[in-house]
Design a binder for this molecule. Structure first.
Ligand code: ADP
Length: 634
């Protein structure tokens, strides 16, 4: 009997399979079941037009049988089978249908990823088997053939005995090692689990004889004597797969619970989803999708460990567990799946990334998510706020990242707490509620709402009867800066130099006062020795003596955020110390200045500056000096 050699590239693939990492090896079953299903498909289609086939749809099935004694697992189908020539062509070389290209010749890691996630076909059997035997009889042929191989050394093809049309593949599993227990693939529950995981939606039944145990019937005497139950094994044929995927069913057939139950089972989340959408797209590419917004952010959602992505199916067969390309980062919280007939099962990750169909699907999914969120915001405010609490941060990052490329898509989904009633409002609601004379959308940033409320800078804006948006997340101010404006209204930090609230008369008055006291203001600035760029008289302060504001692009909040990042570059906002000319302290300062007591004036400058820092929630540089100064001046 002649042993034939594999074609070079098949040999290479085979080697890759054999050395694949263990966690990916389980997909061999998916591959063999998919092949069996394809073979049945072919015969089934034939049967529709050709009575000679003599089979009904219900006659078709795939069988799995495991035998612990011989360490074999057998996959049998009654599909179209293969002729000797087909055996030679199909299993001696890599099928050309497999778009498997060896671009990553030397990158085993990459290869392994491909193996884990994409269709790699028949050869994957060698990931778990030391010997593979295929016995097959083609439809319409009266001869059967056996193909057998122990891996890279080659294969043999011989004539064989087989009564019925179809294919039977037997794997003799590799011996267990310390880390790799191939024997587990003989366990009926493990097999069932794998079928459920990867092949649940194969259109034909995948059947297996399962052994269960049940208590034996007890006689009345034994019962009366309270004898312990005896157990016996019995065998039952089970169909392991559910065959019709939920997402392929008609929406009208499905109930709310069906969708929710599917979610909790499939995505291991015990919290019910907040919302789901069932998409059936008949266009090109055609696809079905189930999309879910989780009820709670996963514990690792805001960490590097979190992996976004949707499950990707090609015609009911899982080809990728987390296809990241299907979701933009700002919608990374969405869970679900996409099934398309227009994607090939044998597609590598690299090719998938450039797949035009996939891009079109991703775009359309993004649109669906966005419109579902908008619907929720409009029709179910409570739910949306719940959503916002869990995932709002991600949307704000989305506005800020990629240089604001996606801000227009996201701006109407944003919410911030408003100074009025301390409730969440959208930007649209804010703008709609703006007073006629109001030029800007005002916001204030700080670490908590309580803190922001105490900021002296908010007083003037509030006194004018204007609403303020309170920004409490680190990313908030960056996102707002990226937006720059909403519906032609510019955003304005309440600490900005120009609030657009100028009362010209008052402005003139203050200017005059500043000129009058320019010597004192300069002396104060000098005392602060570069910590502030200037000291000015404030228009915005009402009851507070001082506050810190900033000039230029970087605000104090942004400074805090930027400096908390792990880089060496520290930034500093350009600070301005504002003094309330209506406050008693101003009188004190002018008195000191005119009496020429610069030493004391300098001390006041330091005190006031430290005070302003504290109000801003920043730490003071020298607490000991601060406390000594207080005592001294008291
Ligand atoms: P692919 O499934 O991508 O074509 P495979 O390596 O898995 O690649 O299979 C190669 C070919 O072998 C298949 O295209 C099919 O023609 C044939 N084949 C595999 N398994 C079976 C089977 N159970 N019955 C009939 N033909 C099969």
């Amino acid at each position: 009997m002649e042993t034939k050699q594999f074609k070079a590239e098949s040999k290479r693939l085979l080697e890759m399979m054999i050395h694949s990492i263990y966690t990916h090896k389980e997909i061999f079953l998916r591959e063999l079941i998919s092949n069996a299903s394809d073979a049945i498909d072919k015969l089934y289609f034939k049967s529709l037009t050709d009575d000679k086939v003599g089979m009904n749809k219900d006659d078709f099935a795939i069988w799995i049988a495991a035998d612990k004694d011989s360490r074999t697992i057998k996959i049998t189908d009654n599909g179209i089978g293969m002729t000797a020539e087909e055996l030679e062509n199909n299993l001696g070389t890599i099928a050309n249908s497999g778009s498997f290209k060896f671009k990553n010749e030397n990158k085993l890691d990459e290869d392994n990823q491909i193996i884990g996630q994409f269709g790699v076909g028949f050869y994957s059997a060698f990931m778990v088997a030391k010997k593979v035997t295929v016995v097959t009889k083609a439809y319409g042929s009266d001869k059967a053939y056996q193909w057998e191989s122990e891996g890279v050394d080659g294969y043999t093809i011989t004539e064989a005995e087989k009564k019925t049309t179809g294919t039977e593949i037997t794997l003799e599993l590799l011996d267990d090692t310390d880390d790799e227990k191939y024997g587990e693939f003989l366990d009926q529950y493990r097999i069932k689990g794998l079928v459920k995981k990867y092949s649940d939606y194969i259109r034909f039944p995948v059947k297996m004889e399962m052994t269960h145990s049940r208590p034996k019937e007890q006689s009345e005497e034994d019962k009366a004597a309270n004898k312990p139950l005896e157990y016996e094994d019995y065998i039952e044929v089970e169909t392991l797969n559910s065959m019709v995927p939920l997402w392929k069913k008609n929406k009208t057939e499905l109930k709310d619970e069906d969708y929710k139950h599917f979610y909790t089972e499939k995505f291991y989340d015990y919290t019910e989803p907040l919302k789901y959408a069932h998409v059936k797209n008949e266009g090109m590419p055609s696809y079905n999708a189930l999309l879910y917004i989780p009820g709670k952010a996963p514990f690792d959602f805001y960490s590097k460990e979190y992996e976004k992505g949707l499950q990707l199916y090609s015609n009911g067969v899982l080809i990728m567990d987390k296809c990241a390309d299907l979701l933009p980062d700002y919608f990374s919280f969405v869970k679900g799946l996409v099934d398309s007939e227009d994607l090939s099962l044998n597609i590598s990750r690299e090719m998938l990334q450039h797949d035009r169909q996939l891009k079109v699907i991703a775009k359309s999914i993004e649109k669906t998510i966005s419109s579902e969120l908008k619907k929720m915001l409009k029709n179910d405010r409570e739910k949306y706020e719940e959503f916002w609490k869990n995932f709002g941060l991600q949307l704000k990052y989305g506005v800020y990242s990629d240089y604001g490329m996606n801000k227009d898509k996201l701006q109407d989904l944003l919410m911030f707490t408003s100074s009025k009633e301390k409730k969440l409002v959208t930007l649209d609601e804010y703008v709609t509620g703006m007073r006629e004379e109001q030029k800007y959308i005002y916001y204030a940033a700080g670490e908590s709402i309580e803190r922001i409320e105490q900021l002296p800078q908010t007083e003037l804006v509030k006194d004018n009867g204007f609403e303020i948006l309170y920004l409490t997340d680190n990313v908030d101010e960056f996102a707002i800066r990226t937006l720059h404006s909403y519906k032609d209204k510019e955003f304005k930090n309440v600490s900005a130099d120009d609030l657009g609230l100028e009362n010209t008369e008052k402005k003139e008055e203050i200017k005059a006062k500043e000129e009058e006291n320019s010597g004192m203001l300069e002396e104060l600035a000098k005392a602060l020795d570069g910590k502030v760029s200037k000291v000015v008289l404030s228009q915005r302060l009402k009851s507070h003596p001082v506050c810190l504001t900033t000039e230029g692009d970087i605000t104090l909040e942004m400074e805090k955020v930027l400096n908390s990042m792990p880089t060496d570059q520290k930034v500093q906002a350009k600070r301005v110390l504002e003094i309330n000319p209506e406050h008693e302290i101003f009188g004190k300062l002018t008195a000191l200045s005119s009496s020429g007591d610069n030493e004391k004036l300098d001390k006041y400058a330091k005190l006031l500056y430290s005070q302003a820092l504290l109000i801003e929630g920043m730490s003071i540089e020298n607490p000991v000096e601060f406390s000594n100064l207080i005592c001294e001046l008291m």
